[in-house]
Design a protein around this ligand. Structure first.
Ligand code: UT7
Length: 334
């Protein structure tokens, strides 16, 4: 059974932090950040949460698809930055939207998360288990950043994006494609955030000791160079793999939607694939790196601008912590 995206939505916090604002916090400057990353400003939560942004992005995707929340059978939220652990963010979104009939769970795979959420939902739908899915990438990374670390605070930001997927059993519906996914846990230390809950405080509490709940290591830590080198190699590779696996020619692809991690990574992927940069839309200049929200925010922007035409083939490619990387191919039908 084919699976189509029939609606998109996004939510971006209104509060803007530009490069000059960051230069007041750490030893950096606007010119360095623009040149090395492509980022000019980013949007940071100011009262919003990962769940509230996910709800709004989901609500907008439902409106775009012209369906009601009750029609959703599956609701997946991809996030590493939920403001709530129990229940999962997806159940909170279910409550917020009134998606009474949805099966809900979260998916944690950082910047590859939205592509894996897409694959997961598509597999359930193609298998006939569910008919309609809402997938959301939502992150408030500003809560996980050490704002004294210039290697990360210049890069990461907040926002949410969503898509509605529908199973389509019409005879003339486009075919389904197989995704390509990879993980390499051996290299996990390149991008790390220890759990703030990995210490058992019972003995400290029993002996009346003071407990430091907020050590520096409990913020995101990144070996930027290592992640950069991994990304510029693996992203073109996984795109070639997904094309080969599905017997699709590269020139048939209209748009390559890459995780917005760094402008230079996207430019390098375009170059290595021998494609014009115009086929690699970017919005990192406005939003920074929003991890699993970056691809659905980009998708929604392109959709709303009318850039996506029925029959066009798209590749979604995510990469990041894990390390993980993945690419999926789809036909646009909305
Ligand atoms: O989304 C998940 C995946 N994450 C990524 O894909 C991130 C991948 N990595 C990157 O985007 C880049 O590695 C960064 C943007 C994080 C860093 O850029 P870079 O070009 O790799 O910089 P670098 O770490 O090699 O540093 C180059 C120079 C160094 O100075 P020297 O040794 O050449 O004198 C750094 O000390 O730039 C200096 N530097 C800075 N200067 C001003 C490093 N960070 C900054 C900064 N402002 N924020």
């Amino acid at each position: 059974m084919a699976v189509n995206i029939c609606g998109t939505g996004s939510y971006i916090p209104a509060h803007i932090v530009d490069n000059n604002d960051i230069a007041k916090l750490v030893d950096t400057n606007d010119e360095w950040i623009r040149e090395r990353t492509g980022i000019v400003r980013r949007h940071i939560v100011d009262g919003e949460t990962t769940v509230s942004m996910a709800c709004e992005a989901g609500r907008r995707a439902l409106k775009d698809a012209g369906i009601s929340a009750e029609e959703i059978d599956l609701l997946v939220v991809s996030t590493i930055s939920s403001n709530i652990i129990l229940p999962c963010a997806a159940c909170e979104v279910q409550k917020g939207l009134g998606a009474l009939h949805a099966t809900c769970f979260d998916l944690s795979a950082a910047c590859t998360g939205f592509v894996l959420a897409y694959n997961t939902a598509a597999a359930y739908l193609a298998g006939g288990i569910y008919r309609t899915a809402l997938i959301i990438g939502s992150e408030s990374l500003s809560n996980l950043i050490n704002w004294k670390d210039r290697g990360t605070c210049i890069l990461f930001a907040d926002g949410a994006g969503a898509a509605i997927l529908r199973a389509d059993d019409q005879k003339d519906s486009p075919k389904s494609y197989l995704p390509v996914t990879h993980s390499d846990g051996e290299r996990g230390c390149a991008l790390l955030l220890k759990s703030r809950h990995d210490r058992n405080f019972l003995s400290a509490a029993s002996s009346q000791q003071d407990v430091d709940y907020e050590g520096e290591e409990y913020f995101m830590q990144m070996d930027g160079k290592a992640v950069f080198q991994f990304a510029v190699k693996k992203v073109p590779e996984v795109i070639r793999e997904v094309l080969e696996k599905n017997q699709v020619q590269q020139e048939e692809i209209s748009w390559f939607l890459l995780h917005q991690a760094n402008r230079r990574i996207v430019e390098s992927a375009a170059k290595r694939l021998g494609e014009p940069i115009e086929k690699f839309p970017m919005n990192i200049q406005e939003y920074g790196n929003t991890s699993s929200a970056s691809i659905p925010i980009l998708l929604d922007e392109m959709n709303k601008k009318g850039m996506l035409k029925p029959g066009q083939k798209l590749i979604l490619a995510g990469f990041g912590a894990g390390l993980t990387w993945a690419a999926s191919l789809l036909d646009w039908v909305e």
